[in-house]
Design a protein around this ligand. Structure first.
Ligand SMILES: Cc1cc2nc3c(=O)[nH]c(=O)nc-3n(C[C@H](O)[C@H](O)[C@H](O)COP(=O)(O)OP(=O)(O)OC[C@H]3O[C@@H](n4cnc5c(N)ncnc54)[C@H](O)[C@@H]3O)c2cc1C
Length: 427
């Protein structure tokens, strides 16, 4: 089947998530009244991956995971091609291919997000079909929720120490599960935290009953019977240091990969993801990319990097939508819609222990840290030499023993983000 392109102005949006929806909103706001055809690999409304762990942990209802109502989305007059994962994007032919057929486009936005990759998780002896729990989609969240709500599930191993791993861990703690966290690095929070801030966070985890196995990894996993002889009920894990322990479930958060495997080989510039300019244009003038598939400018390094956070996806989607609307109206994309770049920001709370970070933790030459500790909070500042006898803040971590709204920790975090942004403007 080949779809007809009615007004010769069809924008294809691949992926119905934050970046995709924001691209559609921006297109309509900028006056584009042609066809917006959105390709989705599910038949549910766009959801927030951020909220999946809160849903699994029982802190949010299923309905609360959807930032836009059906009515709000209907106002955008989108043609949604549901349950239809894109299998090929052919930029030269201006065609999107799915199992349903070929769909021509005038301009296209790739906004297909990312998928967890349980890299390094070994095949389970006695249960080769076993897949560890991962977290991204509502389907993933359902599996986690079902697993940890099962009264027989008492002990969970969380492998990985990233933000996603810690959010999974928090969901387990809310169901009274005994948790062990294993991570290859000596500290939690991987690339986001410096040791002093991570250590305070780790203390908070231990106080909540979490067993930490840091600087370690899963070496092998075996399906075994439980103490009552219930066949294959448990997972026996041997760690790299030789320790052995048993669990009811294993969750793995070892990283994400951008969903771009459908891009026709050699047709677009790809590094770790799709390399984009300040208007989210890829190397093909009619193909844009936004969100976790895009490698735009990271402001502190000045390099093209994936900044995999919600706000960035939303801003990039909106930027792509506005730029496309202008181009389809025969104009240049407006200068004020250019995104000069972004910085990484993260906030996570695990049952009261708060961690906020922004900017870079890369301690390259000319950078140093300063640590301030109080009774309830550790702040680590990353400064760099501004070259004029001044120093510039380029990153920070805050770990606080509580997460009270409007507390000093949140105020300090907001103030330090502004300080980083001011420094970048002056650079
Ligand atoms: C557990 C978790 C917690 C997080 N917490 C935070 C947080 O606290 N703060 C923060 O800022 N960010 C957080 N993030 C990151 C944030 O959710 C993402 O950066 C953001 O959702 C990216 O938006 P996106 O539109 O690029 O991708 P998505 O929101 O993933 O949307 C992409 C959509 O495209 C679909 N798709 C994929 N392949 C295809 C295909 N071939 N065809 C059609 N459709 C396809 C996907 O299924 C998905 O629906 C978290 C992420 C996770 C997983």
């Amino acid at each position: 089947m080949t779809m007809v392109d009615p007004g010769n102005q069809t924008v294809a949006i691949l992926g119905y998530g934050t970046a995709g929806v924001n691209a559609a909103i921006a297109l309509r706001r900028a006056g584009f009244d042609g066809v917006i055809r959105v390709f989705s690999d599910t038949d549910i409304l766009p959801y927030s991956p951020i909220l999946t762990s809160y849903y699994a942990g029982g802190l949010k209802t299923y309905e609360e995971c959807f930032p836009w109502s059906a009515e709000e989305l209907a106002e955008l007059s989108l043609e949604v091609v549901a349950n239809s994962p894109v299998v090929e994007l052919d930029p030269e032919a201006h065609v999107v291919r799915t199992a349903e057929g070929e769909f021509p486009y005038t301009k296209c936005v790739i906004a297909t997000g990312a998928t967890p990759v349980p890299v390094g998780f070994p095949p389970v002896e006695g249960d080769e079909a076993y897949k560890p729990i991962v977290l991204r989609t509502m389907e993933n969240a359902e599996r986690l929720k079902t697993a940890i709500e099962d009264p027989l599930c008492k002990r969970v191993l969380v492998s990985g120490a990233s933000m996603v791993a810690l959010k999974t861990l928090e969901a387990c703690l809310y169901h009274g599960i005994e948790c062990t966290l294993v991570g290859v690095n000596p500290h939690v929070l991987d690339m986001n935290a410096l040791p002093e801030a991570a250590e305070r966070f780790e203390k908070g985890l231990v106080e909540k009953g979490v067993t930490l196995r840091l600087g370690n990894r899963i070496a092998s996993v075996k399906r075994i019977d439980d103490a009552d002889g219930f066949q294959g009920r448990k997972l026996e894990v041997t760690f790299a240091n030789g320790d052995v322990d048993t669990f009811d479930e294993i969750s793995v958060s070892h990283g994400m990969k951008s969903n771009i495997e459908f891009v026709k080989e050699g047709s677009l510039e790809i590094d770790r993801a799709l390399v984009v300019d300040d208007f989210m244009r890829t190397s093909n003038p009619d193909v844009y990319a936004a969100g976790d598939v895009a490698q735009g400018t990271e402001l502190i390094s000045g390099q093209k990097r994936i900044v995999g956070i919600w706000k960035n996806a939303a801003l990039q989607g909106a930027c792509a939508g506005r730029a496309i609307a202008a181009e389809l109206a025969g104009e240049e994309p407006p200068a004020d819609c250019a995104l000069e770049g972004s910085i990484a920001t993260n906030t996570i709370v695990v049952k009261g222990t708060l961690f906020i970070s922004a900017g870079t933790m890369e301690l390259s030459e000319g950078r140093w840290t300063e640590v301030r500790e109080s009774d309830d909070m550790t702040v680590v500042y990353v400064f760099e030499d501004a070259g004029d006898g001044q120093r510039r803040l380029v990153g920070f971590n805050i770990t606080c023993d509580h997460d009270d709204e409007g507390s000093v920790a949140f105020d300090t975090g907001a103030m330090l983000v502004m300080q980083i942004e001011r420094g970048l403007r002056e650079r």
